[in-house]
Design a protein around this ligand. Structure first.
Ligand code: FEO
Ligand code: CA
Ligand code: CA
Ligand code: CA
Length: 675
């Protein structure tokens, strides 16, 4: 999310000190992971990669899996840019596709430049502030598919003709607030390549919106419990809406995962908050957009605004919305291929500010693993391990969401502890798990369901490592190594080995290999963001003007083992030089003479290349490719004055109403991207 709307409160007030010693000794830490780890276990993973999850893309495991990617980045790093246009390397084109407000069917009015579209229009059109995204193919040639796009939050100024209307702190327009709720959520859009240009298919039966009000099923341990029973859903089976959908994931069985990130600020409890509400940061004063202030309006339907107020107002939880927020903070599974299917909130994966959700290396007969970071200062990294063992036949199931039930509703959630010696431990969030003060979680929580509702509070008790804002995770299809962006943390006063820089303005990328047992891993730091002219203690990766970066955020591997790093950057040292950007590197090819994996350093930093720069004011986020690897889709979120035409590289002249949009990058000669 953007720097402007991030809540700067430190929610984690636990005494979990990172580590006692602060460690100049860690400054130049370069723990080398062994080359080629996990190769034998990678089997089918490379076949899935980012190329989509339908069975047509799944092939049998290769007899001999390569230990290094064969990809060589064949473009020149682009210079920084500070314009109202995007920049791509020579020989590439960039096209604007499906900007905010594009109608998905024939019901709404076309998008209007003056911001006057209605809530109804917005419900039937692309949402705002595009973020995580995935391409689900509908043909083998890669020219037809479904683009599923998160809409993280809104720019109220751009959404309405003259910004939001308030009267003494109260919202006054029902249609305006409904429009805001409808601009959140997820879009599913049929797209096709015709004459070298991607188009949206109007009125396709699979085009659809999930908004901040769409009814969804609650699945997993919390479902059908009193913890999520409300006046709206007395049996605790459903919740309304998905909010602040930031990073994303997808599953090996062909579904999309949308991640609920900074949702706590949409809800208010102005009375006495319980531990879970306090820990996660439910608002106590005012909500982000003031939707709750329309509660009781004569036009209100089914408590659509009242529900954002979780304060106790009745004698029973069945007569108020004290539990409404308990239906939020999850990974939500969507089946884009099945029209009218309901989304499912997968509560077994924990409740926190989920940035993304990425599955680990897949092995037949082994559990399916998902990683998810909690994006807030001093929060944690989590891993979910399914109870069910992976069966490759499930890569093309008859019912995708039922397959999701199988792998995502039962399992164990772990939180990461990064030890000083580059070993790591996954600490289970179970009732019998030992706390740092010698008790068990069962002495604080009565049930697993209670642990899930207060996932971060339980993780505090186990001694998890507070990180510098965990954002996206990505898993190398060649080696199985997992990478995580730690975007920044300017409140860090003491370093630790995994978060070594105090006042971490520029962020870093950490990575790990799973160990021989599910509770162990081994980690090192792959990349430190920094300005090129910073001291060696800050610019630890030896970056130059051709790849200097700050605040790594979006992160994805493509099926060839190319790692794409996107930035959401608030550090003036970098923003004076360039707008937000996307860089590429092939980690499995960074190997020393002994075959050991290397991190980015002064001797290999030319392997980290800047591929893309966004327009002024934006964040670059979201990544997916067509199966033929000839089209790359990325998102421009919260641009200041863009786009002025379908050509994303055209510099805007004058002032336009800014629109988040997907940008499609292709090679002029139609070839595979980047190589
Ligand atoms: Fe929504 Fe953590 O970025
Ligand atoms: Ca961010
Ligand atoms: Ca964002
Ligand atoms: Ca993000």
């Amino acid at each position: 999310m953007s720097k402007e709307t991030f809540d700067r409160t430190r929610f984690n007030k636990s005494a979990n000190k990172p580590f006692e010693e602060v460690l100049e000794a860690q400054l130049s830490r370069r723990k080398i992971l062994k080359g080629g780890l996990g190769l034998s276990a990678m089997t089918a993973f490379g076949a899935f990669g980012l190329t989509g999850c339908s069975a047509s893309n799944v092939s049998a495991p290769l007899a001999s899996q390569p230990s290094r990617s064969s990809a060589i980045l064949n473009f020149d790093s682009v210079a920084g840019s500070l314009t109202d246009a995007v920049v791509v390397p020579n020989g590439y084109t960039a096209q604007v596709l499906v900007p905010w407000g594009t109608p998905l069917n024939s019901n709404p009015q076309p998008w209007k430049q003056d911001g006057s579209n209605s809530a109804f229009d917005q419900e039937n059109s692309l949402g705002m502030h595009h973020d995580g995204m995935h391409f689900f193919p509908l043909s083998t040639d890669g020219n037809d598919g479904l683009l599923v796009i998160n809409h993280e939050y809104i720019d109220q100024k751009a959404l309405h003709p003259n910004g939001p209307t308030f009267d003494e702190g109260q919202r006054t327009s029902v249609d305006e607030v409904r429009k805001e709720i409808n601009a959140h959520g997820v879009s599913v859009v049929r797209v096709k390549l015709e004459n070298n240009t991607w188009i949206m298919v109007d009125n396709d039966p699979l085009n659809r919106r999930y908004t901040g009000a769409t009814v969804m099923d609650i699945s997993g341990p919390i479902a059908h419990t009193s913890l999520v029973s409300t006046k709206f859903s007395a049996d605790g089976s459903q919740a309304r809406g998905t909010l602040n959908n930031c990073g994303n994931g997808y599953t090996p069985w062909g579904t999309y995962l949308t991640c609920e990130e900074n949702w706590p600020g949409y809800f208010i409890n102005s009375g006495k908050q319980n531990d879970a509400e306090e820990r996660i940061g439910i608002a106590s004063d005012k909500t982000r957009y003031g939707w709750d202030t329309l509660a009781g309006d004569a036009q209100e339907r089914l408590d659509e605004f009242t529900r954002f107020n979780t304060t106790l107002t009745a004698n029973s939880h069945l007569d108020d919305y004290r539990n409404e927020a308990n239906g939020h903070g999850y990974i939500v599974e969507i089946d884009p291929y099945t029209a009218h299917s309901r989304a499912k909130k997968r509560t077994a994966l924990g409740r926190f500010r989920h940035e993304g959700c990425t599955f680990g290396k897949l092995t037949e007969g082994q559990p399916v693993v998902f990683y998810s970071g909690h994006d807030s200062r001093f929060e944690y990294l989590y891993k979910f391990v399914s109870e069910e063992k992976w069966n490759p036949a499930d890569s093309n199931p008859v019912n995708r969401l039922t397959t999701g039930d199988k792998y995502m509703d039962k399992g164990t959630l772990y939180v990461a502890k990064f030890n000083d010696d580059n070993s790591g431990e996954w600490l289970p969030l179970t009732l019998d798990s030992r706390t740092v003060d010698g008790f068990t979680l069962g002495s604080t929580f009565k049930t697993l369901e209670e642990i899930i509702i207060n996932t971060a509070g339980a993780a505090d008790l186990l001694g998890a490592t507070p990180m510098d804002r965990p954002e996206w995770c990505a898993v190398d299809p060649i080696t199985g190594t997992a990478y995580l962006t730690l975007t920044n943390n300017n409140k860090r006063k003491e370093g630790d080995s995994a978060n070594p820089r105090i006042d971490n303005k520029f962020g870093h990328v950490i990575r790990w290999d799973e160990g021989a047992v599910p509770t162990q891993f081994e980690w090192d730091i792959f990349l430190f963001g920094a300005p090129e002219n910073a001291s060696a203690a800050t610019n630890r990766s030896g970056l130059t003007d051709l790849n200097q970066l700050a605040s790594p955020d979006g992160l994805a591997f493509d099926p060839r083992g190319i790692l794409w790093i996107q930035t959401d950057n608030g550090a003036s040292e970098i923003t004076n030089y360039t707008n937000d950007q996307m860089l590429a590197v092939v980690p499995s090819t960074l190997v020393d003479e002994n075959g050991n994996s290397e991190v980015i350093n002064a001797s290999n930093q030319t392997q980290l290349k800047r591929f893309f720069v966004g327009p002024n004011g934006c964040e670059v986020t979201g990544f997916t490719m067509s199966p033929d690897l000839k089209s790359m889709f990325i998102n421009i979120q919260h641009p200041a004055n863009w786009p002025s035409s379908q050509d994303a590289t055209l510099i805007t002249t004058g002032k336009v109403r800014p629109r988040a949009a997907t940008v499609v990058i292709r090679k002029t000669d139609g070839g595979e991207i980047a190589v």
